[in-house]
Design a protein. Structure first.
Length: 317
């Protein structure tokens, strides 16, 4: 008896931002025969087998009884995994691009060097027409602590170390294969934080990391430390950070991600002289590779082959 013909893929894309729309347009151009819909017109759609999106609002997944794959258009899958009604059998993937780590390393290095070499002070002197030499600090005396040493964090660690800084890392559950000293687990976090003159957050957004960097933890950093968050906004408690900056314990922060995005116009983080706000642009996967990965995974799913960059739904990464 012959096997039944596999159901042709039908893809749902939720166009929640220009970021997603760009990938939708690229997918339409790259796979013109692929059936893609951007909204559900009925209560259910039994033909949709794959989702390609950044966020999955509650109530969508139950309307897709034959959903097999939920693919994130971004490097993180937390926007999909946060849906409480996503069935356990649905497989989840995230977008991975080789150049993403280097792009992130460039951004993190930019923020470290901006603070370390006192660029804001020099810009003030420039605006005032003041010729005054500032001392050049020694990078070898500065420790950069990187939280999260996955595929991106490891590249960031290598690049920052190449700039002459001492670099240490922290991971929740394993030591990874890293060329920098690594602190592992909750029991080692205090020692890690106590040494970090710069703290760089590159952790995935999961229920375990939500609110991890609160006042209690941030206060363990050395006085004058600088915080860089390029991971997920919910990991860092923004009010606690702001209080420690205003109290003088932290020298400032560079924040690229926030609990609410876009960051509300009335947020006290805007225009704070010691905090730099950027609009979630530290690193973004290029459109082409992300679309190609999705198409490849549709083919792999049909053949029963392992998927590229599949997420462990228990750990969130």
């Amino acid at each position: 008896m012959s096997k039944p013909t596999p159901r042709p893929p039908k893809v749902l894309m939720l166009l929640t931002s220009d970021f997603v729309t760009a990938r939708y347009e690229a997918l339409r151009a790259r796979a013109p025969d692929l059936e893609i819909v951007t909204e559900l017109s009925a209560d259910t759609d039994a033909d949709v087998t794959a989702l390609f999106a950044f966020k999955l609002p509650q109530g969508i997944a139950p309307r897709l009884p034959n959903l097999q794959l939920a693919a994130s258009v971004g490097a993180g899958a937390d926007g999909i995994l946060s849906a409480p009604d996503l069935p356990a059998h649905v497989r989840v993937t995230r977008a991975v691009e080789p150049g993403l780590g280097l792009s992130m390393a460039q951004f993190v290095s930019l923020q470290i060097l901006r603070q370390f070499r006192m660029l804001p002070k020099m810009e003030q002197q420039h605006a005032a027409g003041v010729w005054k030499r500032l001392p050049v600090p020694d990078a070898r005396q500065i420790t950069v602590g990187i939280m999260g040493l996955g595929s991106i964090g490891a590249i960031v660690a290598d690049v920052v170390a190449a700039l002459g800084f001492k670099v240490i890392g922290w991971t929740r559950s394993d030591s990874r294969d890293s060329r920098v000293p690594v602190f592992v687990g909750e029991q080692a976090m205090d020692a890690f934080l106590a040494q970090s003159d710069f703290l760089v957050c590159l952790l995935p957004g999961t229920p375990q990391t939500a609110g991890l960097l609160n006042r209690t933890q941030l206060a363990k950093l050395p006085k004058g430390s600088f915080v860089i968050n390029v991971a997920r906004g919910g990991i860092l408690v923004e009010d606690d950070l702001l209080a420690l900056v205003n109290e003088g314990h932290l020298s400032g922060a560079a924040l690229d991600v926030f609990a609410t995005e876009p960051l509300p116009a009335d947020s006290p983080l805007w225009r704070h002289e010691k905090i730099l706000v950027t609009p979630h642009i530290a690193a973004q996967p290029s459109v082409g590779p992300v679309v190609e990965q999705f198409i490849e995974n549709l083919q792999r799913l049909a053949k029963g082959d392992p998927l590229l960059n599949e997420v462990d739904r228990l750990t969130g990464y």
